[in-house]
Design a protein around this ligand. Structure first.
Ligand code: PMP
Length: 326
């Protein structure tokens, strides 16, 4: 384990070992704890997979030093991969649909990556196709493809989950996390189900997103503002295993917006929309455990605060709901 009080040789060593903090308005009997992933150097949960995937892919020889990483990404994964690529001697190219936060794209460029934009209307599908096209045209290039790469899940199984387990002395009864790729939740679920097969597992998505189709529900697809989680095409979410989840909780943008404001004003937590969605869902699970509606083997509920609101200020996250929506 890295001791952050000692001098470190590179920023890569500062990834992980993030703080775990109590979320205040959960029931006393069933506390909710959130892992503050904005403490990573690229300021999101995705630094973990950036480092983990690239180190493993270099070890395996999927790409050599001086080669290029090409990834379709909404932003945070690009930043995480760019931080790691720069330190591991790799070039980086990211294919980003235009609608995603400009702050993230600026950060990727600052870290030395090239950013290629695709039209927002074409969604992530086109970005994925373009990434593969670009990689084929380069000499030594690899597409980690976070949506289907088991290393994404493994990064959380090997780092995020054991850190939470150690901090809570084995008292985790439920894990609740928003799913973009599903990598974070699947890694946590696999780890804690091994510790105790009765661990309760809940996925979180914005209302209007289609993850609940995995459970056979009819979902009306709608656009949502909550960023980094959700899907409109479950066929692409290859890592998500519906067998492992007990529930998929949909949180409307309006509640997310209110909770982002509350977390900042009452708890000093400058966290973004996916973190607010996770907080809402985790508190719901905690209340259900307290009321006996959910059986969980222990009382603590663990969730993730994936990144900071600062990354989305240009989108008006702290202005009125209508301004954020518009
Ligand atoms: N929140 C934010 C802000 C993200 O960028 C992501 C990744 N897209 C997630 C949550 C979800 O993480 P995962 O891909 O591991 O499901």
């Amino acid at each position: 384990m890295t001791d952050h009080r000692e001098p470190l040789s590179s920023v890569l060593e500062t990834i992980g070992e993030t703080p775990l903090v109590d979320v205040h308005d959960a029931p006393d009997a069933v506390p909710v704890y959130a892992k503050l992933e904005s403490f990573n150097p690229g300021a999101s949960v995705k630094d973990r997979i950036g480092k983990y995937m690239l180190e493993r892919m270099l070890e395996r020889g999927d790409v050599g030093e001086g080669g290029t990483v090409v990834e379709p990404t909404a932003g945070n994964t690009g930043i995480g991969l760019a931080v790691a690529a720069g330190q591991l001697g790799l070039n980086a190219v990211f294919v980003v649909p235009e609608r995603f936060s400009v702050e993230k794209q600026q950060l990727m460029r600052a870290l030395g990556a090239e950013v290629v934009n695709t039209p927002s209307e074409e969604g992530m599908g086109l970005a994925i196709d373009r990434a593969h096209q670009i990689a084929e045209e380069l000499d030594d290039a690899v597409v980690p493809q976070q949506f289907s790469n088991p290393l994404n899940v493994e990064a959380h199984y090997e780092t995020t989950a054991p850190e939470i387990d150690a901090a809570l002395d084995g008292e985790v009864g439920a894990v609740v996390a928003g799913c973009g790729t599903g990598g974070t939740l699947m890694g946590l679920a696999e780890y804690f189900r091994e510790r105790d097969p009765d661990t309760y597992v809940a996925a979180v998505e914005p209302a209007g997103s289609a993850y609940r189709e995995f459970l056979g529900e009819d979902v009306e697809h709608e656009e949502y503002k909550t960023e980094g989680i959700g899907t409109h095409d479950i066929d692409r979410n290859e890592l998500f295993d519906p067998e492992i989840v007990d529930d998929i909780i949909a949180v409307p943008d309006r509640e997310v917006h209110e909770e982002m404001g509350r977390l900042a004003a009452e708890e000093g937590q400058l966290v973004a929309s996916s973190a607010a969605a996770n907080a809402i869902a985790a508190k719901r699970v905690a209340r259900d455990i307290r009321d006996g509606a959910i059986d969980a083997p222990h009382d603590a509920v663990a969730t993730i605060f994936c990144d900071s609101s600062e990354r989305y200020l240009s989108k008006g996250v702290y202005r009125s709901f209508e301004e954020w929506e518009g």
